[in-house]
Design a binder for this molecule. Structure first.
Ligand SMILES: Nc1ncnc2c1ncn2[C@@H]1O[C@H](COP(=O)(O)OP(=O)(O)O)[C@@H](O)[C@H]1O
Ligand SMILES: [Mg+2]
Length: 266
């Protein structure tokens, strides 16, 4: 069984079918790409499987062997699903380390730590958390900025911090919504190599939503292509890239030549 399975997943906003009858399997240990033109339903898919929006009746979502079709976000997070958002959400005044810790504490029963303050057990757990968080900061390349306020990081570094915070919960599945948007090519490459390092280190499964085809070509094992909320293609990155329906969907949208070239470039 796949780590994440949707069957007949649908979501309408008023008369608009944002997602329609979508069957997707994200296999454990893989990097799965979800691509498609603007407005094709990629972010909505994330919001559905993470429990932010209730899906339409008849839909089914299974995560880590559990039916989560009607589960709230915190219950799904607890099963091991984490995500980043298209818009950055960080605590600017808090340090880099504290931002990552926030991610951790949404996962660990810190109330337990609170009642055991200064007991040997708490100190052991604290030492372990600090060690784990340091390793994480090391992998995302922010170790030297641990005590710096998040506000002082560059745009590229803030993106990495958001990634670190999502990773702090030790998820089974990490979902990234347009992680490369607005980054310079150098920062995109850096981000992708960090994503690969996290996958190797933590045995992570990833679902990456991207508008830019090149990003998924370089990283994904399998790609699903959405257009107007429906699956119009699926396969290896190469299969998908050569699929006429996919090319058509990308060319059909209102982009100038340069944008089409960038989106298709692999
Ligand atoms: N909360 C919402 N209310 C109404 N319409 C929405 C909402 N979220 C998304 N949509 C609509 O659903 C469609 C898919 O949007 P979205 O999932 O954000 O696309 P993508 O992430 O692929 O660009 C769009 O037409 C969008 O306007
Ligand atoms: Mg989106």
């Amino acid at each position: 069984m796949a780590l994440l399975e949707t069957r007949r997943l649908s979501k309408s906003f008023g008369g608009l079918r944002a997602i329609h009858d979508l069957d997707i399997d994200v296999e454990a240990g893989t990097i799965h790409g979800l691509i498609g033109p603007n407005g094709s339903g990629k972010s909505t898919f994330f919001n559905l499987v993470s429990g932010v929006y209730p899906p339409d009746p008849g839909s089914s979502i299974t995560f880590a062997g559990t039916d989560v079709t009607k589960s709230p976000p915190h219950a799904i997070a607890k099963l091991g699903m984490a995500r980043t958002f298209q818009l950055l959400r960080l605590f600017s005044e808090m340090t880099v380390l504290q931002n990552v810790m926030v991610g951790y504490h949404t996962h660990v029963p810190y109330s337990l730590l609170g009642t055991l303050v200064n007991s040997p057990r708490t100190r052991r757990i604290d030492a372990r958390i600090t060690e784990e968080m340091s390793e994480l900061l090391e992998i995302i390349g922010l170790a030297e900025y641990a005590d710096m306020p998040a506000a002082e990081l560059s745009g590229g570094q803030r993106r990495l911090l958001a990634l670190g915070r999502a990773m702090a919960t030790r998820p089974k599945l990490l979902m990234l919504d347009e992680p490369a948007a607005g980054l310079s090519p150098v920062n995109v490459d850096n981000l992708l190599s960090i994503v690969m390092a996290l996958k190797d280190r933590y045995g992570l499964t990833l679902l990456i939503v991207e508008h830019i085809l090149k990003v998924v070509m370089d990283t994904c094992d399998r790609v699903t292509v959405l257009d107007h909320g429906e699956k119009i293609g699926e396969g290896s990155p190469t299969e998908v890239k050569d699929d006429p329906a996919v090319v058509e969907a990308y060319l059909g949208q209102e982009m100038d030549d340069e944008e089409v070239r960038q989106a298709m470039q692999a």
